[in-house]
Ligand binder design. Structure first.
Ligand code: AKG
Ligand code: FE2
Length: 313
């Protein structure tokens, strides 16, 4: 082994009762930081979708009966990418926006990063980007299912800031509460050392913990600024190795399939551990309250354009 910190040395994120204790202490995301002006978002910042490497949930060991289905559609994408979601111009603007937002970032317990939750509540650029029809269609077509911003809203756009020297900037082994997670790299390997995104190529119930013997650990190739990775976050254990030098910035966007709303993987306590109980209750109702037409009703609840199965054709 080299002297470089390995993801296998990272502990696992807290669970169960420790989450409830965290929920009692957690604070809601910031709403009112005064921030400098931003450039406007434009639909042309979405790059055309080309061929993107893809690994299926079956290759991770999930059985056909465990995959979500609607009519002829199957939710089978585990990992897709890396690919470029934004054009150079879009990436440059988004990077500038996220640099500015760092002033509002807060320490995060379970990750070792500083982070900004609900970045779209502070940034019109990010709010418009994640609700742009071109953006959502591109993400939806990549994964093969209709996707809109998550109706829980608070966890839908999060910026992670990792720094070398003192602050570790790594992320412990965890799986996300979210099912459809897109991570955009706003810095690259030229900007920092460490900070390697690592995942376990296997079922979550086979995750062996951070043990060095297992050959199923994989490092994602995210060295290029703008590289974007899709991960079925709730079904894949992943971690980020500590940043030892420089500055690492990622934007993590969590989308939602209105047709699979009843199978959403979030739990109340996972969310409350991040944002506190009071802020989580209205989010939870938006997710769990019954709907008649999933695409239309969740579109309204997420303040999103409506994306249907027909839009994927
Ligand atoms: O910063 C990253 O690359 C991803 C961090 C992560 O897994 C998370 O925020 O859930
Ligand atoms: Fe994650």
């Amino acid at each position: 082994m080299s002297g470089r910190p390995s993801a296998l040395e990272l502990p696992q994120a807290p669970d169960g009762f420790r989450k409830v204790m965290k929920a009692l202490r957690a604070r809601p995301p910031l709403r009112s930081a005064r921030l400098p002006a931003e450039p406007p978002w434009r639909s042309r910042f979405v790059a055309p979708l080309a061929d993107v490497p893809r690994v299926s949930l079956r290759e991770f060991g999930y059985r056909g009966g465990e995959l979500l289905r609607a009519e002829e559609h199957v939710d089978d994408t585990a990992v897709a990418g890396p690919w470029r979601l934004l054009t150079d111009e879009g990436l440059e603007r988004l990077t500038a926006v996220c640099e500015q937002l760092e002033a509002a970032a807060q320490d995060a317990g379970f990750t070792a990063t500083r982070r900004l939750r609900a970045a779209d509540l502070l940034s019109p650029f990010i709010a418009n980007m994640i609700r742009d029809r071109e953006f959502l269609l591109t993400c939806s077509r990549l994964v093969g299912i209709p996707l809109i911003p998550h109706p829980l809203r608070l966890p839908t756009a999060q910026i992670n800031y990792g720094e070398g020297g003192g602050r570790q900037g790594g992320v412990r082994w965890h799986r996300d509460g979210m099912d459809y997670v897109f991570t955009i790299q706003l810095s690259g390997y030229d900007d920092y050392d460490g900070g390697r995104f690592t995942y376990f190529l296997g079922r979550t119930d086979e995750f062996p913990g951070p043990v060095p013997e297992d050959s199923r650990f994989r490092e994602a190739d995210l060295g290029e600024r703008g590289a974007t990775l899709f991960l079925h976050g709730s079904r894949i254990f992943h971690a980020v190795t500590p940043v030892t030098k420089g500055h690492r910035v990622t934007l993590v966007i969590s989308l939602f399939c209105p047709y699979f709303a009843r199978q959403d993987s979030n739990t109340f306590w996972h969310l409350a551990a991040d944002d506190g109980i009071a802020a989580t209750v209205p989010c939870w109702l938006r997710l769990k309250w019954p709907v008649r037409n999933p695409a239309v009703d969740f579109g309204l609840r997420s303040a999103s354009p409506v994306i249907t199965w027909d839009d994927l054709r």
